[in-house]
Design a protein around this ligand. Structure first.
Ligand SMILES: Cc1cc2nc3c(=O)[nH]c(=O)nc-3n(C[C@H](O)[C@H](O)[C@H](O)COP(=O)(O)OP(=O)(O)OC[C@H]3O[C@@H](n4cnc5c(N)ncnc54)[C@H](O)[C@@H]3O)c2cc1C
Length: 373
């Protein structure tokens, strides 16, 4: 079949690779460059975790994705997935059954994951960047870490071209003009610009990302400062070990702010004040560290936080794969097969979760790690 994929982010490229592997002729259209500077998939790092509260679907998908990341690392010229482990800590004792940390710990332990429980003393002893007593409970999971997101997109684009996928550097304005046997819209937060019927279902929501330069980056080296969520379902804050050039990325997975125009892609001063308040109580060595980069990165955000991967209900030969809602990158190794199955109309156990669902009217939190005000 002749297939057009609109969008060269992680949804589009993984779908293109999978469809090509299934013998289809595939063209990816993207204004470029790939990775596109404004794309969600473009960044220095993205968290890779299996920790999803009591959601067994994402947990299982995450487990399969982890195996995929390790496989890709073995195939690629350089490893782009760094398994530093991940840590989820809470400001209160973790026995609150509804807490993200407790639900994740319980589900993962029941699935055989070997997690290390951490109390306030262990946190202070092992992770000196943390304000003693700021976070008092939680666990460390040796599985998971972070992926060098932009580099992964670049590598997948090269893999796609090597596999015979055509990459056409242009923005699509009229889907019908593509004349493909199947078109898959993987345009991230821009999807509603091509399909206005998605406007109230897949919204553009801005989230702040900050890179800070601490005086002593050694304090933030991976063995002392692994990928973390700091009471994430209540604060939204998560972050990464220092990069080779000494930068610490901290970002917020929260309610976010609506973005109507490209010019709105600016971090709000309120968001920066909130960051400083958080750093002041949690990481003293970052409280006044200079911010050397800030970005308002935009989620293609669904109301329930689950992905939107489905065939169009009324337009033949059209499917949509978007709605990453701030948490899809980690699933890259399994995303292509998921999108291919659903776009080709084949059965998939997650078809219902990611179905075409315009009936949704209220906001709920698909990803248990996400702070919702
Ligand atoms: C701040 C932030 C932090 C995140 N952190 C994490 C994390 O730690 N872990 C995680 O798993 N996930 C994370 N995510 C989510 C993850 O990055 C996204 O879910 C995922 O990258 C979405 O990919 P995409 O392909 O749908 O969209 P994008 O990467 O945005 O790609 C869409 C592409 O479509 C193209 N396009 C748009 N319009 C057109 C058109 N008309 N014609 C042709 N091409 C077009 C664009 O140029 C772009 O390249 C984060 C997201 C953000 C914003």
């Amino acid at each position: 079949m002749m297939i057009s994929v609109v969008g060269g982010g992680i949804f589009g490229l993984t779908a293109a690779l999978e469809l090509r592997a299934r013998g289809h002729a595939v063209t990816v259209h993207d204004p470029g460059p790939i990775p596109h500077p404004l794309a969600e998939s473009t960044d220095i790092s993205k968290v890779v975790r299996v920790d999803y509260g009591d959601d067994a679907d994402y947990t299982a998908l995450g487990e399969a994705a982890l195996a995929g990341w390790r496989r890709w690392n073995a195939q690629w010229p350089a490893p782009l997935f760094h398994e530093s482990g991940v840590m989820f800590l809470s400001r209160e004792p973790m026995h609150d059954r509804n807490s993200f940390e407790h639900a994740s710990y319980t589900l993962l332990t029941s699935r055989g994951h070997a997690l290390e429980r951490l109390d306030a003393a262990a946190i202070s002893r092992r992770f000196p960047a943390y304000q003693p007593g700021a976070l008092v409970d939680g666990y460390w999971n040796p599985q998971g870490g972070w992926a060098a997101a932009g580099a992964v997109v670049r590598q997948l684009a090269a893999d796609a071209v090597a596999a015979g996928v055509v990459i056409e550097t242009r923005a699509v304005e009229d889907l019908d003009a593509l004349h493909a046997e199947l078109t898959i819209v993987c345009a991230g937060a821009w999807a509603a610009q091509l399909l206005p019927e998605l406007a109230s279902s897949v919204r553009a929501i801005g989230q702040p990302v900050f890179h800070l330069r601490p005086e002593d980056p050694e304090l933030f080296a991976a063995e002392r400062f692994p990928v973390f969520g700091a009471d994430i379902a209540r604060t939204g804050y998560y972050g990464f070990p220092a990069t080779a050039d000494g930068l610490v990325k901290i970002a917020n997975h929260g309610t976010g702010i609506p973005v109507a125009h490209e010019r709105d892609r600016v971090v709000d001063p309120e968001q920066e004040l909130d960051l400083r308040a958080f750093l002041g109580t949690t990481f003293p060595a970052l409280a006044t560290a200079p911010i050397v980069y800030r970005r308002l990165c935009v989620y293609g955000d669904t109301l329930d936080g689950h992905f939107w991967i489905a065939r169009h209900p009324t337009r033949n030969n059209l499917a949509v794969a978007t709605g990453g809602s701030g948490h899809a990158f980690k699933f890259a190794p399994v995303l292509g097969a998921l999108i291919a199955d659903l776009a080709l109309g084949e059965p998939h156990p997650l078809a219902h979760k990611f179905r075409w669902r315009p009936e949704l009217a209220t906001i709920s939190s698909g990803d248990a790690a996400r702070r919702r005000d």
